[in-house]
Design a protein around this ligand. Structure first.
Ligand code: GAF
Length: 388
Protein backbone atom coordinates (compact mmCIF):
# COMPACT_ATOMS: atom_id res chain seq x y z
CA UNK A 1 0.00 0.00 0.00
CA UNK A 2 1.17 3.48 -0.84
CA UNK A 3 2.25 5.60 2.10
CA UNK A 4 1.83 9.34 2.27
CA UNK A 5 4.26 10.88 4.78
CA UNK A 6 2.64 14.34 4.54
CA UNK A 7 -0.76 12.83 5.39
CA UNK A 8 0.76 11.53 8.63
CA UNK A 9 2.43 14.86 9.30
CA UNK A 10 -0.82 16.88 8.98
CA UNK A 11 -2.59 14.30 11.10
CA UNK A 12 0.03 14.60 13.83
CA UNK A 13 0.06 18.39 13.69
CA UNK A 14 -3.72 18.47 14.03
CA UNK A 15 -3.62 16.15 17.02
CA UNK A 16 -0.91 18.26 18.62
CA UNK A 17 -2.91 21.48 18.10
CA UNK A 18 -6.41 20.20 18.95
CA UNK A 19 -5.93 16.96 20.96
CA UNK A 20 -8.34 15.24 18.62
CA UNK A 21 -8.20 12.80 15.70
CA UNK A 22 -8.83 14.49 12.33
CA UNK A 23 -9.99 13.31 8.94
CA UNK A 24 -7.20 13.54 6.33
CA UNK A 25 -7.73 14.20 2.61
CA UNK A 26 -5.15 14.23 -0.20
CA UNK A 27 -5.76 16.04 -3.48
CA UNK A 28 -3.06 16.16 -6.19
CA UNK A 29 -1.66 18.80 -8.53
CA UNK A 30 -1.79 18.12 -12.25
CA UNK A 31 0.09 18.13 -15.53
CA UNK A 32 -1.55 18.70 -18.89
CA UNK A 33 -0.12 16.89 -21.90
CA UNK A 34 -1.77 19.09 -24.54
CA UNK A 35 -4.86 21.34 -24.82
CA UNK A 36 -3.91 24.60 -23.12
CA UNK A 37 -6.38 27.49 -22.65
CA UNK A 38 -9.02 25.33 -24.30
CA UNK A 39 -11.07 24.49 -21.17
CA UNK A 40 -12.90 27.84 -20.86
CA UNK A 41 -13.47 27.74 -24.62
CA UNK A 42 -15.42 24.50 -24.14
CA UNK A 43 -12.76 22.44 -25.93
CA UNK A 44 -10.94 19.30 -24.78
CA UNK A 45 -8.00 18.96 -22.39
CA UNK A 46 -5.66 16.05 -21.59
CA UNK A 47 -4.53 16.41 -17.97
CA UNK A 48 -3.44 13.91 -15.32
CA UNK A 49 -3.07 14.03 -11.54
CA UNK A 50 0.50 13.80 -10.26
CA UNK A 51 2.41 12.52 -7.25
CA UNK A 52 2.53 15.95 -5.63
CA UNK A 53 -0.50 16.92 -3.59
CA UNK A 54 -2.20 19.16 -1.05
CA UNK A 55 -3.18 17.52 2.24
CA UNK A 56 -5.70 18.75 4.77
CA UNK A 57 -6.47 17.44 8.23
CA UNK A 58 -9.90 18.60 9.38
CA UNK A 59 -12.12 18.27 12.43
CA UNK A 60 -15.28 19.69 14.00
CA UNK A 61 -15.52 22.71 16.28
CA UNK A 62 -18.35 23.38 18.65
CA UNK A 63 -18.83 26.95 17.36
CA UNK A 64 -19.15 28.59 13.93
CA UNK A 65 -15.50 29.57 13.68
CA UNK A 66 -12.89 28.44 11.19
CA UNK A 67 -9.30 28.03 12.32
CA UNK A 68 -6.68 27.32 9.65
CA UNK A 69 -3.02 26.47 10.03
CA UNK A 70 -0.63 26.40 7.05
CA UNK A 71 2.27 24.13 7.89
CA UNK A 72 4.85 25.41 5.39
CA UNK A 73 4.16 29.06 6.24
CA UNK A 74 3.74 28.41 9.96
CA UNK A 75 0.74 30.75 9.83
CA UNK A 76 -2.64 30.65 11.52
CA UNK A 77 -5.75 32.30 10.11
CA UNK A 78 -9.10 32.68 11.84
CA UNK A 79 -12.50 33.43 10.39
CA UNK A 80 -16.11 32.51 10.93
CA UNK A 81 -18.86 31.01 8.81
CA UNK A 82 -20.91 34.16 9.43
CA UNK A 83 -18.26 36.55 8.07
CA UNK A 84 -16.79 34.65 5.12
CA UNK A 85 -15.00 37.01 2.72
CA UNK A 86 -11.83 36.98 0.60
CA UNK A 87 -8.70 37.72 2.63
CA UNK A 88 -5.64 39.80 1.64
CA UNK A 89 -3.44 36.97 2.81
CA UNK A 90 -3.99 34.77 -0.25
CA UNK A 91 -3.70 31.16 0.88
CA UNK A 92 -6.80 31.10 3.16
CA UNK A 93 -8.98 32.07 0.16
CA UNK A 94 -8.71 28.61 -1.39
CA UNK A 95 -10.27 27.18 1.77
CA UNK A 96 -12.68 29.97 2.71
CA UNK A 97 -13.96 30.18 -0.88
CA UNK A 98 -14.93 26.51 -0.78
CA UNK A 99 -16.65 26.81 2.62
CA UNK A 100 -18.53 29.78 1.13
CA UNK A 101 -19.69 27.58 -1.76
CA UNK A 102 -21.14 25.06 0.69
CA UNK A 103 -23.21 27.83 2.28
CA UNK A 104 -24.21 29.39 -1.05
CA UNK A 105 -25.37 25.99 -2.31
CA UNK A 106 -27.53 25.56 0.78
CA UNK A 107 -25.54 22.87 2.62
CA UNK A 108 -25.34 22.92 6.38
CA UNK A 109 -21.82 22.93 7.76
CA UNK A 110 -20.44 23.98 11.14
CA UNK A 111 -17.17 25.49 12.31
CA UNK A 112 -13.98 23.52 11.68
CA UNK A 113 -10.26 23.40 12.35
CA UNK A 114 -8.03 22.63 9.39
CA UNK A 115 -4.30 21.99 8.97
CA UNK A 116 -2.93 22.45 5.44
CA UNK A 117 0.30 21.10 4.02
CA UNK A 118 1.56 19.72 0.73
CA UNK A 119 4.34 19.40 -1.80
CA UNK A 120 2.82 20.97 -4.93
CA UNK A 121 5.17 23.87 -5.64
CA UNK A 122 3.25 27.18 -5.42
CA UNK A 123 2.94 29.29 -8.57
CA UNK A 124 4.63 26.63 -10.71
CA UNK A 125 1.62 26.00 -12.94
CA UNK A 126 0.92 22.63 -11.29
CA UNK A 127 -2.39 23.78 -9.79
CA UNK A 128 -1.58 23.99 -6.13
CA UNK A 129 -4.69 26.15 -5.68
CA UNK A 130 -7.06 23.62 -7.28
CA UNK A 131 -5.46 20.92 -5.14
CA UNK A 132 -6.20 22.87 -1.95
CA UNK A 133 -9.75 23.67 -3.08
CA UNK A 134 -10.53 20.05 -3.94
CA UNK A 135 -8.96 18.77 -0.72
CA UNK A 136 -11.08 21.23 1.25
CA UNK A 137 -14.28 20.42 -0.63
CA UNK A 138 -13.86 16.68 -0.15
CA UNK A 139 -12.91 17.13 3.49
CA UNK A 140 -15.97 19.28 4.28
CA UNK A 141 -18.19 16.86 2.37
CA UNK A 142 -16.95 13.93 4.48
CA UNK A 143 -16.88 15.78 7.77
CA UNK A 144 -20.41 17.17 7.49
CA UNK A 145 -21.84 14.19 5.58
CA UNK A 146 -23.26 16.41 2.85
CA UNK A 147 -23.11 13.64 0.20
CA UNK A 148 -22.22 16.00 -2.64
CA UNK A 149 -21.22 14.13 -5.82
CA UNK A 150 -17.58 14.42 -6.98
CA UNK A 151 -18.42 16.46 -10.08
CA UNK A 152 -20.43 18.96 -8.07
CA UNK A 153 -17.49 19.40 -5.67
CA UNK A 154 -15.30 20.14 -8.69
CA UNK A 155 -17.70 22.85 -9.87
CA UNK A 156 -17.85 24.34 -6.38
CA UNK A 157 -14.03 24.47 -6.27
CA UNK A 158 -14.02 26.28 -9.61
CA UNK A 159 -16.58 28.84 -8.42
CA UNK A 160 -14.57 29.34 -5.23
CA UNK A 161 -11.55 30.32 -7.32
CA UNK A 162 -13.65 32.75 -9.38
CA UNK A 163 -15.10 34.46 -6.32
CA UNK A 164 -12.33 34.31 -3.70
CA UNK A 165 -9.19 34.40 -5.89
CA UNK A 166 -10.68 36.52 -8.68
CA UNK A 167 -9.44 34.33 -11.53
CA UNK A 168 -12.06 33.06 -14.01
CA UNK A 169 -10.38 29.69 -14.42
CA UNK A 170 -11.77 26.85 -16.48
CA UNK A 171 -12.60 23.48 -14.98
CA UNK A 172 -9.49 21.50 -15.99
CA UNK A 173 -7.38 21.80 -12.84
CA UNK A 174 -10.07 20.86 -10.34
CA UNK A 175 -11.35 18.08 -12.58
CA UNK A 176 -7.88 16.58 -12.94
CA UNK A 177 -7.23 16.77 -9.21
CA UNK A 178 -10.53 15.10 -8.33
CA UNK A 179 -10.82 12.56 -11.16
CA UNK A 180 -7.16 11.62 -11.71
CA UNK A 181 -6.36 7.93 -12.27
CA UNK A 182 -2.97 6.27 -11.84
CA UNK A 183 -1.04 5.95 -15.12
CA UNK A 184 -3.86 7.50 -17.17
CA UNK A 185 -4.57 10.89 -18.69
CA UNK A 186 -8.10 12.23 -18.76
CA UNK A 187 -9.56 13.21 -22.11
CA UNK A 188 -12.11 15.71 -20.86
CA UNK A 189 -14.72 17.40 -22.99
CA UNK A 190 -15.06 20.73 -21.18
CA UNK A 191 -18.47 21.37 -22.75
CA UNK A 192 -20.36 18.19 -21.87
CA UNK A 193 -17.94 17.19 -19.07
CA UNK A 194 -17.89 13.68 -20.53
CA UNK A 195 -14.50 12.13 -19.96
CA UNK A 196 -12.46 9.12 -20.85
CA UNK A 197 -9.31 7.68 -19.27
CA UNK A 198 -6.55 7.11 -21.82
CA UNK A 199 -3.62 4.93 -20.67
CA UNK A 200 -0.37 6.90 -20.63
CA UNK A 201 1.74 4.31 -22.40
CA UNK A 202 5.18 5.78 -22.96
CA UNK A 203 7.75 2.97 -22.77
CA UNK A 204 11.09 4.36 -21.66
CA UNK A 205 9.87 7.96 -21.62
CA UNK A 206 9.22 10.10 -18.56
CA UNK A 207 7.50 13.41 -17.91
CA UNK A 208 10.11 15.91 -16.77
CA UNK A 209 9.02 19.30 -15.47
CA UNK A 210 11.42 22.24 -15.56
CA UNK A 211 10.30 24.94 -13.15
CA UNK A 212 11.41 28.42 -14.26
CA UNK A 213 11.17 29.48 -10.64
CA UNK A 214 9.15 32.47 -11.75
CA UNK A 215 5.83 32.73 -10.00
CA UNK A 216 3.30 33.77 -12.57
CA UNK A 217 2.43 37.22 -11.20
CA UNK A 218 0.76 38.54 -14.36
CA UNK A 219 -1.15 35.35 -14.66
CA UNK A 220 -4.47 36.27 -13.05
CA UNK A 221 -5.06 39.60 -14.79
CA UNK A 222 -3.81 38.44 -18.19
CA UNK A 223 -5.72 35.17 -17.80
CA UNK A 224 -9.00 37.05 -17.42
CA UNK A 225 -8.05 39.25 -20.39
CA UNK A 226 -7.46 36.18 -22.58
CA UNK A 227 -10.90 34.88 -21.65
CA UNK A 228 -12.45 38.20 -22.64
CA UNK A 229 -10.57 38.20 -25.94
CA UNK A 230 -11.92 34.75 -26.77
CA UNK A 231 -15.43 35.93 -25.88
CA UNK A 232 -14.94 38.97 -28.11
CA UNK A 233 -14.04 36.69 -31.02
CA UNK A 234 -17.16 34.59 -30.41
CA UNK A 235 -19.31 37.75 -30.33
CA UNK A 236 -18.00 38.79 -33.76
CA UNK A 237 -18.81 35.39 -35.24
CA UNK A 238 -22.21 35.23 -33.53
CA UNK A 239 -23.45 38.21 -35.52
CA UNK A 240 -23.43 35.91 -38.55
CA UNK A 241 -23.69 32.50 -36.88
CA UNK A 242 -25.93 32.69 -33.81
CA UNK A 243 -25.44 28.95 -33.30
CA UNK A 244 -21.79 29.54 -32.30
CA UNK A 245 -21.66 29.60 -28.49
CA UNK A 246 -17.94 29.36 -27.87
CA UNK A 247 -14.69 28.87 -29.78
CA UNK A 248 -15.51 25.16 -29.61
CA UNK A 249 -18.01 25.81 -32.41
CA UNK A 250 -15.77 28.14 -34.42
CA UNK A 251 -13.81 27.18 -37.54
CA UNK A 252 -10.76 28.79 -39.12
CA UNK A 253 -12.98 29.85 -42.03
CA UNK A 254 -15.24 31.79 -39.64
CA UNK A 255 -12.22 33.45 -38.03
CA UNK A 256 -10.89 34.50 -41.43
CA UNK A 257 -14.21 35.86 -42.52
CA UNK A 258 -15.55 37.61 -39.42
CA UNK A 259 -12.71 38.24 -36.99
CA UNK A 260 -9.51 38.82 -38.98
CA UNK A 261 -10.77 41.90 -40.88
CA UNK A 262 -12.08 43.51 -37.66
CA UNK A 263 -9.44 42.90 -35.01
CA UNK A 264 -5.98 41.44 -35.66
CA UNK A 265 -5.21 40.81 -31.99
CA UNK A 266 -8.47 39.00 -31.25
CA UNK A 267 -7.94 36.99 -34.43
CA UNK A 268 -4.49 35.90 -33.28
CA UNK A 269 -5.80 34.75 -29.90
CA UNK A 270 -8.75 32.85 -31.39
CA UNK A 271 -6.62 31.26 -34.10
CA UNK A 272 -4.41 29.67 -31.45
CA UNK A 273 -7.44 28.22 -29.63
CA UNK A 274 -9.12 26.85 -32.76
CA UNK A 275 -5.86 25.20 -33.88
CA UNK A 276 -5.17 23.83 -30.40
CA UNK A 277 -8.60 22.19 -30.32
CA UNK A 278 -7.71 20.14 -33.37
CA UNK A 279 -4.13 19.48 -32.21
CA UNK A 280 -5.41 17.95 -29.00
CA UNK A 281 -7.73 15.53 -30.78
CA UNK A 282 -4.93 14.38 -33.07
CA UNK A 283 -2.43 14.26 -30.19
CA UNK A 284 -4.77 12.03 -28.26
CA UNK A 285 -4.87 9.62 -31.21
CA UNK A 286 -1.05 9.71 -31.35
CA UNK A 287 -1.00 8.66 -27.71
CA UNK A 288 -3.44 5.80 -28.31
CA UNK A 289 -1.22 4.54 -31.14
CA UNK A 290 1.92 4.92 -29.07
CA UNK A 291 3.29 7.54 -31.48
CA UNK A 292 4.92 9.72 -28.85
CA UNK A 293 7.13 11.37 -31.44
CA UNK A 294 4.10 12.75 -33.29
CA UNK A 295 2.50 13.83 -30.00
CA UNK A 296 5.75 15.55 -29.01
CA UNK A 297 5.89 17.52 -32.25
CA UNK A 298 2.40 18.82 -31.52
CA UNK A 299 3.53 19.92 -28.06
CA UNK A 300 6.22 22.08 -29.66
CA UNK A 301 3.58 23.57 -31.96
CA UNK A 302 1.37 24.28 -28.95
CA UNK A 303 4.24 26.09 -27.30
CA UNK A 304 4.83 28.25 -30.36
CA UNK A 305 1.14 29.16 -30.48
CA UNK A 306 1.06 29.99 -26.78
CA UNK A 307 4.21 32.07 -27.09
CA UNK A 308 3.64 33.95 -30.35
CA UNK A 309 -0.14 34.09 -30.78
CA UNK A 310 -1.73 33.67 -27.38
CA UNK A 311 1.24 35.49 -25.82
CA UNK A 312 1.17 33.88 -22.39
CA UNK A 313 4.78 32.70 -22.32
CA UNK A 314 7.86 34.52 -21.01
CA UNK A 315 11.53 34.53 -21.96
CA UNK A 316 12.44 31.88 -19.39
CA UNK A 317 9.81 29.42 -20.66
CA UNK A 318 10.81 30.10 -24.28
CA UNK A 319 14.46 29.57 -23.38
CA UNK A 320 13.74 26.18 -21.80
CA UNK A 321 11.68 24.96 -24.77
CA UNK A 322 14.16 26.23 -27.37
CA UNK A 323 17.00 24.61 -25.48
CA UNK A 324 15.54 21.09 -25.90
CA UNK A 325 13.92 21.55 -29.32
CA UNK A 326 16.66 19.83 -31.29
CA UNK A 327 17.59 17.30 -28.65
CA UNK A 328 16.87 13.77 -29.94
CA UNK A 329 16.13 12.55 -26.42
CA UNK A 330 13.32 15.10 -25.90
CA UNK A 331 10.24 14.07 -27.87
CA UNK A 332 8.14 17.09 -26.96
CA UNK A 333 8.19 20.18 -24.76
CA UNK A 334 6.04 23.20 -24.09
CA UNK A 335 5.04 25.66 -21.42
CA UNK A 336 2.21 24.31 -19.29
CA UNK A 337 -0.78 25.87 -17.53
CA UNK A 338 -1.88 29.50 -17.44
CA UNK A 339 1.56 30.89 -18.36
CA UNK A 340 3.88 33.84 -17.52
CA UNK A 341 6.09 31.51 -15.49
CA UNK A 342 5.73 28.11 -13.92
CA UNK A 343 6.93 24.92 -15.63
CA UNK A 344 7.64 23.45 -19.00
CA UNK A 345 6.54 19.86 -19.55
CA UNK A 346 9.02 17.65 -21.41
CA UNK A 347 8.72 14.06 -22.67
CA UNK A 348 12.22 12.70 -22.25
CA UNK A 349 13.90 9.34 -22.89
CA UNK A 350 14.76 7.90 -19.50
CA UNK A 351 18.43 7.23 -20.15
CA UNK A 352 19.01 10.87 -21.14
CA UNK A 353 17.30 12.54 -18.18
CA UNK A 354 20.30 12.92 -15.91
CA UNK A 355 22.52 14.55 -18.51
CA UNK A 356 19.66 16.75 -19.76
CA UNK A 357 18.88 18.02 -16.28
CA UNK A 358 22.54 18.79 -15.62
CA UNK A 359 23.14 20.68 -18.80
CA UNK A 360 19.79 22.56 -18.77
CA UNK A 361 20.30 23.60 -15.15
CA UNK A 362 23.73 24.99 -15.96
CA UNK A 363 22.54 26.79 -19.10
CA UNK A 364 19.52 28.26 -17.29
CA UNK A 365 21.69 29.58 -14.45
CA UNK A 366 24.12 31.12 -16.92
CA UNK A 367 21.60 32.70 -19.31
CA UNK A 368 18.70 33.53 -17.00
CA UNK A 369 20.59 33.96 -13.77
CA UNK A 370 18.14 31.73 -11.89
CA UNK A 371 18.02 28.33 -10.33
CA UNK A 372 16.14 25.69 -12.35
CA UNK A 373 14.08 23.21 -10.36
CA UNK A 374 13.31 19.82 -11.88
CA UNK A 375 10.64 17.23 -11.09
CA UNK A 376 9.85 13.90 -12.65
CA UNK A 377 6.06 13.66 -12.57
CA UNK A 378 4.43 10.30 -11.85
CA UNK A 379 0.74 9.93 -12.64
CA UNK A 380 -1.39 9.11 -9.62
CA UNK A 381 -4.99 8.83 -8.44
CA UNK A 382 -7.16 11.84 -7.70
CA UNK A 383 -8.64 13.15 -4.46
CA UNK A 384 -9.27 10.70 -1.64
CA UNK A 385 -9.54 10.32 2.09
CA UNK A 386 -6.31 8.85 3.50
CA UNK A 387 -7.08 6.40 6.30
CA UNK A 388 -4.65 6.84 9.21
C1 GAF B 1 -4.94 27.53 -15.56
C2 GAF B 1 -6.44 27.42 -15.36
F1 GAF B 1 -6.72 27.24 -14.05
C3 GAF B 1 -7.05 26.29 -16.19
O1 GAF B 1 -8.45 26.33 -16.07
C4 GAF B 1 -6.62 26.38 -17.65
O2 GAF B 1 -7.34 27.36 -18.33
C5 GAF B 1 -5.11 26.59 -17.77
O3 GAF B 1 -4.66 27.67 -16.95
C6 GAF B 1 -4.70 26.85 -19.18
O4 GAF B 1 -4.97 25.75 -19.97
O5 GAF B 1 -4.29 26.41 -15.06
Amino acid sequence: MQTFPIAHAVHNRYTELYQDKPLVVRSPGRVNIIGEHTDYNEGFVLPAAIDKAAYVAIGHRSDNNIRLFAEELDETFESSLSTLAPSDKGWPNYILGVADQFLKSGYTIGGFNLVLSGDVPIGAGLSSSAAIECATGFALNELFQTAIPRLELVKMAQRAEHLFAGVRVGIMDMFASAFGKKDHVIKLDCRSLDYEYVPLKMEGIKIVLFNTNIEHSLASSEYNTRRQQCEAGVALIQKHHPEVHSLRDATMAMLHQYVEPVDALIYKRCKYVVEEKERLLQGCEDLRHGDIKALGQKMFQTHDGLSKEYEVSCKELDFLVDRVRNNEAVLGARMMGGGFGGCTINLVREEAIEALVQETTAAYAKQMNRELLTYIALIEDGTSVIPI
